[in-house]
Design a protein around this ligand. Structure first.
Ligand SMILES: Nc1ncnc2c1ncn2[C@@H]1O[C@H](COP(=O)(O)OP(=O)(O)O)[C@@H](O)[C@H]1O
Ligand SMILES: [Mg+2]
Length: 199
């Protein structure tokens, strides 16, 4: 977390264009769709499809994906608890900027800790934050193992692997729960789109 002293002489400079102005221009509401779940639960797969569906229906969406962001902005961070918190803190701040720009912002990161998801919710404002629990048990995720990471974690080649050697704190009040162990990608994508249409 940033040193509080660093911001003492920095004063917020407001512009003239508001969040509401940008939303009106785009004819949509800027929101954060925060996908959380174990590695291999289906966050990226579903977020990619939802983004495509939104764009096809004329809504401006933008996806921030864990692995992609770790190649760039967060390339300096590892998987210790402190680094995971900083990873999510930066992502939350970026997501809030995109949301504020009026975009439907899809965030797909494991984000295992409740405290940091709560931080993201507070920064976005609860009215603009939709937590999506991509739910699949660790056995299901390990059997999918799309990136071969569970195999490596079980062989001790990766430390601090969520669900294996690092905890995952499941959401208690997610706006949407997607049971990907039971339902297909198509059904889960539809569930998200329907939720958005009903809001
Ligand atoms: N209902 C479902 N939703 C999402 N992915 C599913 C579903 N059922 C099976 N899968 C498969 O599970 C894997 C999920 O991988 P991925 O989306 O990369 O997970 P994550 O981004 O959560 O690490 C993919 O191979 C996908 O095809
Ligand atoms: Mg992913």
């Amino acid at each position: 977390m940033a040193d509080k002293k660093a911001s003492e002489n920095i004063v917020w400079h407001s512009g003239q264009v508001t969040y509401e102005d940008r939303c009106a221009l785009l004819n949509q509401k800027g929101v954060v769709l925060w996908f959380t779940g174990l590695s291999g639960s289906g966050k990226s797969t579903i977020a990619v499809e939802v983004e495509q569906r939104l764009i096809t229906s004329g809504k401006l969406a933008y996806r921030l994906d864990g692995d992609n962001v770790r190649h760039g902005l967060n390339a300096d961070l590892g998987f210790s608890t402190a680094d995971r918190d900083e990873n999510i803190r930066r992502i939350a701040e970026i997501a809030v900027l995109f949301k504020d720009a009026g975009l439907i912002t899809l965030v797909s990161f494991i984000s295992p800790f409740r405290k940091m998801r709560q931080f993201a919710r507070e920064r976005a404002g609860s009215a603009h934050f939709i937590e999506i629990y991509v739910k699949a048990d660790v056995e299901t995720c390990a059997s999918r193992d799309p990136k071969g990471l569970y195999k490596k974690a079980q062989n001790g080649e990766i430390s601090d692997f969520t669900g294996v050697s690092s905890p995952y704190e499941a959401p208690e009040q997610a706006e949407i729960v997607l049971d990907t162990a039971r339902f297909s990608v198509e059904v889960c994508v539809e569930q998200v789109i329907e939720y958005l249409n009903n809001r």
